[in-house]
Ligand binder design. Structure first.
Ligand code: NI
Length: 136
């Protein structure tokens, strides 16, 4: 029997969306307010889903304490109250869109989890805008 367990988390971070090789006008056309040079913040809401077999002995897919600690060390400690463009190495050359942030979070967590698990990352940039990434 397989089941999916999910854990919610939260971080605040600043970012700016832009491409270095585009001028300010082109960046404004494509990224709108998100390209303003002095950065802006979001309250990111994260939902991480782990799918796997329910262990016969424990009744767990994964101990949620383990998932909580993993999200804390890999995501919250790395991103919370940071400027994603300036402070987070993964975004030195990668535009920190919600899509790319979700992919980076997925990759970081995937490396630390047993390979038998399927992973899903849902990232809300605003209450109305969110991204789902499952590694596909
Ligand atoms: Ni933004």
């Amino acid at each position: 029997m397989r089941a999916t367990v999910k854990r919610k988390a939260h971080f605040n971070a600043a970012h700016r969306l832009f491409k270095k090789d585009w001028d300010a006008q082109k960046n404004l056309e494509v990224f709108g307010k998100c390209s303003y040079p002095n950065y802006h913040g979001h309250n990111y809401e994260l939902i991480v889903g782990v799918t796997g077999e329910i262990d016969k002995e424990t009744g767990f897919v994964i101990d949620l304490k383990i998932l909580k600690d993993l999200i804390e060390s890999e995501v919250e400690d790395a991103f919370d109250h940071k400027n994603l463009n300036l402070d987070v190495p993964e975004f030195k050359t990668l535009n920190p869109t919600a899509e790319n942030i979700a992919v980076v979070i997925y990759d970081k967590l995937k490396k630390k989890l047993d390979t038998t698990f399927d992973l899903e990352v849902i990232l809300y940039e605003t209450p109305r805008n969110y991204v789902i990434y499952t590694g596909a």
